[in-house]
Design a protein around this ligand. Structure first.
Ligand code: HEM
Length: 201
């Protein structure tokens, strides 16, 4: 085991863009004055997630859904190991975290999509309430996600937040990715900006 490159640029930029945009959308959600900023932030959330869904199919190894979305057996096996005090170390996302990520991406898309419909004056009160409910569910899942990250930091003795910044984690040499894909990260930023502008028009 050594320090290996695990997270490419699109995963890292996408993560912090998503976290920042969600925080901004949450903070501006209740204010009429900040409505446009809220729409830009929500549009960014949708743009980053749409890109991430494609990146999950064509991105580098650890970014791909097939590398971290496990069936019930894989998740239960991981949780059993965790409870027994010897959780399996994964170079990429662990099997439990993988499902939290699927949940965050799904909720983010639903919250953003319903927000856009509300912004277009569609649906009325019930849609507004649904949008608010989805945003609250997402905030709760973000809480679970951040708690999971903190617990994993302690269990594995590894700074996962730093890994999401630098791209480097502990792993076997054969598990390293070969490239950080900077050009795709530039495309992500351009795409997210376009989505923010287009959805907030
Ligand atoms: C201060 C707050 C946050 C911290 C410290 C944090 C930290 C992290 C870390 C360390 C990972 C990698 C976990 C692993 O090693 O498997 C991760 C992944 C992820 N986080 Fe966060 N996170 C934060 C907020 C958020 C928010 C607000 C969202 C969504 C709105 C979010 C969505 C995700 C997603 C989707 C991934 C998967 C990344 C990918 O594969 O593209 N995170 N986060």
């Amino acid at each position: 085991m050594g320090k290996i490159l695990v997270w490419d640029w699109p995963v890292r930029i996408g993560h912090w863009l998503l976290a920042g945009a969600f925080a901004l959308a949450w903070l501006t959600g209740d204010s009429e004055e900040w409505r446009l900023v809220h729409a830009y932030a929500g549009g960014t959330v949708v743009g980053v997630i749409l890109f991430r869904l494609i990146w999950g199919l064509v991105g580098t190894y650890h970014a791909r859904f097939t590398s971290f979305v496990r069936g019930p057996g894989g998740v239960l096996g991981y949780l059993r190991g965790l409870l027994a005090g010897r959780p399996a170390h994964t170079a990429g996302h662990n099997p439990a975290g993988g499902w939290a990520i699927v949940g965050l991406l799904t909720l983010g898309l639903l919250a953003g999509g319903s927000g856009w419909l509300v912004y277009q004056d569609m649906g009325g009160k019930w849609l507004e309430e649904l949008h608010e409910g989805l945003a609250k569910a997402m905030l709760a899942l973000v809480g679970v996600h951040v708690a999971g990250v903190i617990v994993s930091n302690f269990i594995h003795g590894e700074n996962l937040v730093r890994a999401m910044l630098t791209g480097y984690k502990r792993g076997g040499l054969g598990e390293a990715i070969a490239t950080t894909r900077p050009l795709a990260a530039v495309m992500l930023i351009g795409w997210a900006a376009f989505c923010a502008w287009w959805l907030a028009r």
